[in-house]
Design a protein around this ligand. Structure first.
Ligand SMILES: CC(C)(COP(=O)(O)OP(=O)(O)OC[C@H]1O[C@@H](n2cnc3c(N)ncnc32)[C@H](O)[C@@H]1OP(=O)(O)O)[C@@H](O)C(=O)NCCC(=O)NCCS
Length: 180
């Protein structure tokens, strides 16, 4: 697992030392975690460290930090996995914890980089993601990278005390446009 370099951001494998107060603060920020499953569990340095350690050891999950090219600053995470080796498929999930980094195209770039890596380096045939129906920014970032809406699980989730649909996004290797 090596660094994946883009124009404005690069992805690098996370290590335990990345699990600092800033990272924990992101996960406890209600604006950041409103669409993340991590909000149901108290997030502490110990918990985040254990999570990173587990992913470092994993043979089927790949956790990268999203960092700015201009100064190396870590602004969020993106994960590919678990990989299903039988079906050559994997999930992708991400968050940008640093709110000042939202709306600058970083999610689009990060998804583009990891998608390319998943297809060309890992040899996968299918990548997929799920997002809360209200999370337009996430769905649009995946759609920009070629993913399409493949399904809708109605009222699958609870959001602010009300049921909400889960949007399923996916991209097949054969539909992936490497020229992007
Ligand atoms: C959702 C998230 C990943 C988007 O990241 P981002 O870097 O701000 O997104 P980008 O700048 O790459 O923009 C992607 C697209 O979504 C749009 N967009 C971004 N935020 C949006 C919002 N809040 N509402 C509507 N559209 C939004 C952008 O305009 C862009 O669309 P375009 O290609 O038509 O211009 C980021 O806001 C985030 O991490 N939020 C908290 C955690 C989270 O929700 N993670 C996703 C879980 S599935």
């Amino acid at each position: 697992m090596s660094e994946l370099r883009g124009k404005s951001i690069f992805l690098r494998p996370l290590t335990e030392s990345d699990a600092n107060e800033t990272y924990v603060g992101w996960l406890n920020d209600p604006a950041v975690n409103q669409y993340l499953e991590t909000r149901f569990t108290p997030q502490t340095i110990e918990a985040v460290r254990a999570f990173v350690r587990e992913k470092m050891r994993s043979q089927s999950e790949y956790l990268f930090g999203i960092c700015l090219v201009e100064n190396g600053r870590h602004i969020g995470n993106i994960k590919l996995g678990p990989v299903n080796a039988h079906h050559k498929s994997a999930d992708i999930s991400l968050f940008l914890g640093d709110r000042s980094s939202w709306g600058k195209g970083f999610a689009k770039e990060a998804i583009g980089l990891i998608t390319r890596w998943g297809f060309l380096h890992l040899g996968l045939e299918k990548l997929k993601a799920g997002c809360y129906a209200a999370n337009e920014g996430s769905a649009r970032a995946f759609e920009y990278c070629g993913y399409s809406r493949e399904g809708l699980l109605r009222d699958q989730l609870q959001f602010q005390g009300k049921p909400m649909d889960l949007v399923l996004l996916g991209l097949r290797r054969k539909d992936f446009d490497d020229g992007r």
